[in-house]
Design a protein around this ligand. Structure first.
Ligand code: NDP
Ligand code: 8X3
Length: 255
């Protein structure tokens, strides 16, 4: 087992949902934590609740120079990152493409794709140099199964999956591990963000279901990263029992 007590874990999007739950899971296990997100107050509060050394970074992962600066300015006792959890991400809207807001598309691309790349690029070289590291990318089932209105969000998550597999290939011959996790329906602040604060619409997504929780994801991420160092989980798809992969849609003309 990879000992969590000897790990420095960098989590993007640690202010809620999967990221926050992962911080709590690794915190209980004794890992040193670097927690990044835009909402400083959330990170500060979380820090006070965790029993381990925590370095917080107010960071918008879309800002390439801010990512580079934050990583090069890590305090020396946090500078050797063993696990990067590229979790910061979002969906905006469910409109069909022909009605979608281009601004929403750009934000999703900039966050889910470019933000993930900036963080990866900033940390990867040092991991390779130290022959120690693991990058866990949070994709989505939306990257595999199309659904109405999933257009660009699904596209960004397909990128995450394929980039992870390609990254893994480039890193063969090093000790660095790469994992893509593709969750399905999970109740976090995800839908509230997607529907721009419309709580009724967001709650409706989960009505009558038992979705995955942040804690479920924290446990899965913790398991993957604490397996023996020679074991790499390449990709994992997780759905709640109430969900399954989609089928085809056929539009029929009235007869
Ligand atoms: P939440 O909305 O609860 O959490 C998203 C996190 O991402 C927040 O901490 C938010 O922090 C952070 N974030 C968003 N934009 C940025 C940014 N530009 N810079 C830095 N941080 C940012 O949702 P989840 O926990 O569910 O989402 C986590 C990941 O899981 C996302 O990548 C999402 O796409 C993916 N996912 C979610 C599923 C779900 O159904 N919930 C299913 C499959 C995948 P802040 O706003 O403070 O910056
Ligand atoms: C989130 C899963 O199906 O709501 O990535 O898009 S879904």
């Amino acid at each position: 087992m990879t000992d969590p007590k000897n790990m420095t874990v960098f989590i993007t999007g640690a202010s809620s949902g999967f990221g926050e739950a992962s911080a709590r899971r690794f915190g209980v296990a004794g890992s040193k934590l670097i927690l990044a997100a835009r909402r400083t107050d959330r990170l500060q509060k979380l820090k006070t609740e965790l029993p381990v050394p925590v370095h917080t970074i107010t960071l918008d992962v879309r800002d390439r120079s801010a990512v580079d600066t934050a990583i090069s300015a890590l305090p020396s006792d946090f500078s050797q990152v063993d696990l990067l959890i590229n979790n910061a991400g979002l969906a905006l809207g469910t409109e069909p493409a022909q009605e979608a807001d281009l601004e929403n598309w750009e934000i999703m691309v900039d966050t889910n794709i470019k933000g993930l790349l900036y963080c990866t690029h900033a940390l990867l070289k040092d991991m390779v140099k130290r022959e120690r590291g693991h990058i866990i990318n949070i994709g989505s089932v939306a990257g595999t199964y199309p659904y109405p209105g999933g257009n660009v969000y699904g596209g960004t998550k397909a990128f995450v999956r394929q980039f992870s597999l390609n990254l893994r290939l480039d890193l063969v011959g090093t000790s660095i591990r790469v994992t893509d996790i593709d969750p399905g329906l999970a109740e976090t602040e995800f839908s509230l963000v997607r529907f721009k604060g419309d709580a009724k619409k967001a709650t409706g997504v989960y009505t009558g279901t038992q979705p995955i929780t942040g804690e479920d994801m924290g446990e899965i991420i913790f398991w993957i990263s604490t397996l023996p160092p020679h074991v790499n989980i390449n990709q994992i798809e997780v759905m709640p029992v109430c969900q399954a992969g989609g089928g085809f849609t056929i539009h029929r003309n009235p007869t």
